[in-house]
Design a binder for this molecule. Structure first.
Ligand code: FES
Length: 178
């Protein structure tokens, strides 16, 4: 039997491979918790949420985020998570759909309104609608149909009419009524 010889690998200098410097990390808050990201600073927030933190409520819609499925609140404003590199989020606060309910599990009034109005089909678009709706209600406490129709969200299940009713129900403060 021929003896197996250990392979001698070239050193960094010989191979021309220069190891990356150890990164300091990027600090951000997600749903009130502090996190430090030490991976690729250009990683889109959407993949950080889904693949690293396992917060899978925020959905992939497209690489440009134009259909609203990947919306999160960034310092209170709805933004597309696929278009935000972690490098741009140092010191910022992100809220995902998982962060909308109260700590004791009480649903956000808009979540309750979606249930009350049966505004959920397959549910893929729902987290994005909820984030967009929370942002809209903050900017315009009593939105009309035209305001709601201007949101970037799309629903392939045809729930737009019920989504309108749900957002207006939450605006009217009826979300928790039987
Ligand atoms: S509920 Fe299915 S895409 Fe909107």
């Amino acid at each position: 039997m021929v003896p197996v010889q250990a392979q001698v690998l070239p050193t960094g200098q010989e191979s021309g491979i220069v190891p990356e410097k150890i990164r300091d990390g990027i600090d951000l808050q997600v749903n009130g918790e502090h996190y430090r990201h030490t991976g690729d600073p250009q990683m889109p927030l959407l993949w950080y949420l889904r693949d690293v933190l396992r917060l899978t409520g925020t959905k992939y819609g497209s690489e440009y985020g134009e259909n609203g499925a990947d919306l999160v609140l960034l310092d209170g404003n709805a933004v597309s998570a696929i278009t935000q590199p972690i490098a741009a989020l140092a010191g910022k606060a992100v809220v995902t759909v998982e962060g909308l309910a109260a700590a004791d599990g009480t649903l956000h009034p808009l979540q309750q309104a979606f249930i009350d109005e049966d505004a959920i089909g397959c549910g893929y678009c729902t987290p994005g609608w909820l984030i967009a709706g929370v942002d809209l209600l903050r900017r315009k406490p009593h939105p009309g149909d035209a305001d709601i129709d201007q949101l970037p969200n799309l629903c392939r299940c045809g729930c737009q009419t019920r989504v309108r009713r749900a957002i207006k129900r939450a605006a009217a403060g009826k979300a928790a009524l039987p």
